[in-house]
Design a binder for this molecule. Sequence first.
Ligand SMILES: C[S@@+](CC[C@H](N)C(=O)[O-])C[C@H]1O[C@@H](n2cnc3c(N)ncnc32)[C@H](O)[C@@H]1O
Length: 240
Amino acid sequence: MAVVPYKDQNENKKSQVATMFNNIAGKYDFLNHFLSAGIDIVWRKKAVSLLAPEKPKQVLDIATGTADFAIETLRLNPDKITGVDISEGMLAVGREKLVKKGLTNKIELQYGDSENLPFEDNTFDAITVAFGVRNFENLEKGLSEMHRVLKPGGMAVVLEFSKPRSFPMKQLYQFYFKNILPMVGKLVSKDNAAYTYLPESVQAFPDGQDFINIYQKVGFKGTKWHSLTFGISSIYTGKK
Ligand SMILES: C[S@@+](CC[C@H](N)C(=O)[O-])C[C@H]1O[C@@H](n2cnc3c(N)ncnc32)[C@H](O)[C@@H]1O
């Protein structure tokens, strides 16, 4: 059974996830940085630095949300970054941010589903996804679509929450993620489910070697797993 945000509703995971992000879009950036004490910013920087040696020119940022990862990737000076997402609410916040920062010539945001990407085969030099793959309805389909639109030799970088496994971080993390985070998230976002779904979806997600196995199954080569901050997050890189 897929973990979904609104358990009392019948819609599939994809439409529930889109609704949830539409609901919290206005508070998403604040809550992200507040609830992670800003560590999410450091994680995105680390992920982008792993991509730096590739010097990508055409980049696709999947599940781009409010475009934070796309904006961070500008550091690599690509010609263009395309960001896709299934939440129009998140894209609207992202577009506003790009206008304010004067970045609309470099980053273009559009509606797009990771499981059915609206691009030709072999289009991008690099693909990035931050905190997106856990939300896919069909993880394997999403990852094989990424592989399809990546150019041969191109690199995919996936940043996602994972589960810390050693004492005392495992216990501290579980207490924070299951008690504090849902309470603060609900209070600020006014969405009852979003920040309960977050720890539940992390718990159910195949992290570490399990993720690498799926990554390889869909065709990625030279895969690497980098564990960040006691295993709270991980970066997975792979090439086509
Ligand atoms: C936690 S946010 C991450 C946003 C951004 N990448 C960041 O680092 O802040 C997850 C995003 O994934 C998007 N998403 C979920 N499933 C998706 C899918 N199948 N295709 C495209 N985007 C998807 C959601 O709409 C949401 O904006």
